[in-house]
Design a protein around this ligand. Structure first.
Ligand code: NAP
Ligand code: F7E
Length: 328
């Protein structure tokens, strides 16, 4: 039997890696895309170009997490065996500027999708893209039983989505999994997240196209892993024999400053000559340190992060240098 998966957020970083993974496993993959005035499929178009056979099993549908009817219709039409809810307004700083929209897409959007599945009476496994931002002010290491203390409208919205996922698991016996993922990056990372902002700037500075990089808080510590490895963890969570909550991370903390230093050093530059500060990139409330305790995923799922921050910074710089060469 061919398994059908529905991915919300398929045009994003994780959605594109997950679509590739599921197609490589023989799945029929359906993706929810939202309408925009110009095409926004740069991360998923290469999938069909690289493998036209797999591309025939990839289907895109218009919808939106803020439009419940579109979710109901989609779930009923596709009858998926697995749903991966990756769609979100995922930028923490932006969530302070758009708190209500962030809550609608990230929190209420999740319950809209869960209700769409429940009301369709489907035997369907559900993955919720939860986040280490839910731990917020609670000091590391953070694992499945660590107390939550979100520090942004994004973190608070995702915490609702996490708990409603747990509630649907308990109330309706749904196979609903919450994957609490620490920061994961890649050459496909959105350009306004700090790692990608740094690696793109390094490539441009090395090429003589830019002369400074303006950042906010350099002291923040994050547990940065490689997105391509994390989507394998999501899939394993849905193949496990019981629906549970799992943390994915490397277990290693790195500051923004250290990530900068590694990235600039990789092209032979001294970061201190180029990086300046502007308050505009600071947040009203910051999350100082996120470092995972990923032992449950290692012991139960056999999942372990292989790429840590230093290698990640280097691979992202290499990809951005290469992209500039191709562009020129
Ligand atoms: P991303 O690159 O920002 O992708 C977000 C996706 O959600 C995009 O496909 C976006 O579509 C879609 N989307 C946004 N609002 C939507 C709406 N109202 N209706 C339908 N689709 C909408 O995020 P990511 O890094 O891949 O992360 C995937 C998920 O994991 C997100 O839920 C994020 O919050 C969560 N997460 C991420 C990390 C991380 O470090 N990357 C860690 C923990 C959890 P457009 O392309 O049209 O914008
Ligand atoms: O910030 C600091 C900033 O925006 C990381 C999302 O995927 O991971 C991500 O959220 C740190 C913060 O990621 C700049 O203050 C300094 O302390 O790359 P970021 P994030 O906020 O950790 C979690 C797990 C998610 O779930 C989210 O969806 O870097 N920082 N200077 C800066 N951050 C940005 N963006 N830009 C700067 O100039």
């Amino acid at each position: 039997m061919t398994k059908r998966a529905l991915i919300t957020g398929i045009t994003g970083q994780d959605g594109s890696y997950l679509a590739e993974l599921l197609l490589s496993k023989g799945y029929e993959v359906h993706g929810l895309v939202r309408r925009s005035s110009s095409f926004n499929r740069g991360r998923i178009d290469p999938i069909s170009e690289a493998d036209p056979e797999a591309g025939k099993r990839l289907h895109l549908h218009y919808g939106d997490m803020t439009d419940g009817v579109s979710l109901v219709n989609l779930v009923r039409t596709i009858e998926p065996h697995e749903v991966y809810n990756l769609a979100a307004q995922s930028h923490v700083k932006v969530s302070f500027e758009m708190p209500e929209y962030t809550a609608s897409a990230d929190a209420i959007g999740t319950v809209r999708l869960l209700e769409a599945i429940r009301s369709a009476n489907l035997e369907c496994r559900f993955y919720q893209a939860s986040t280490s931002e839910m731990f917020g002010a609670t000091p590391p290491p953070q694992g499945e039983s660590t107390a939550f203390y979100p520090r942004s409208p994004y973190g608070a919205a995702k915490l609702y989505a996490h708990w409603v996922t747990v509630n649907y698991r308990e109330a309706y016996d749904m196979f609903a999994v919450s994957g609490i993922l620490f920061n994961h990056e890649s050459p496909r990372r959105g350009e306004t997240f700090v790692t990608r902002k740094i690696t793109m700037a390094v490539a441009r500075i090395a090429a003589g196209l830019q002369d400074e990089l303006v950042l906010g808080n350099l002291d923040a510590v994050r547990d940065w892993g490689y997105a391509k490895e994390y989507v394998e963890g999501m899939w394993r969570m849905l193949q496990h024999d019981a629906p549970e909550t799992f943390v994915l991370g490397t277990g290693v903390g790195t500051s923004v400053r250290e990530f900068c230093q590694t990235s600039f050093e990789h092209v032979g530059l001294d970061w201190q000559k180029y990086v300046t500060h502007d308050d505009r990139y600071e947040r009203p409330t910051e999350v100082d340190a996120l470092i995972a305790d990923p032992s449950k995923s290692r012991d139960v799922l056999g999942w372990e992060a292989k790429t840590h921050a230093t290698d990640l910074a280097r691979l992202m710089v290499d990809a951005d240098v290469e992209a500039l060469v191709t562009e020129r």
